[in-house]
Design a protein. Sequence first.
Length: 145
Amino acid sequence: MDEFMQAAIDEAKLGLAEGGIPIGSVLVIDGKIAGRGHNRRVQRGSAILHAEMDALENAGRLTAKDYQRAVLYSTLSPCDMCSGTALLYKIPKVVIGENRTFQGPEDYVRSRGVEVTILDDPTCVQLMEEFIAARPELWNEDIGE
């Protein structure tokens, strides 16, 4: 298991333990975690704190050059909002734990020159499948359905 995806999984489990949605993310720059986060929409009453947004926010204000050598890891395929943020800051690579339970605009992100890697990690799949089965109404709220 990649250490950075493991860090994202740890974040997802932390979010679940807090009563939130088990999605985690880390932003890695030059082989080091610059920011980590998990979905905190429930915990913070937030409209936008998906895991990727939380990780980017926790990384703080960075330069364009920092983002342009970063890798964004997420346990789940990033949605339109989170994918758009990665595109805005020209993050060149996104590593996705799984895209079985939800698939964001991966083809579009690739078409914009971003390297997208899908690990199809069984831990990531299990976290989401169990959560969606237990809390379908919260999951639907999170993805705008």
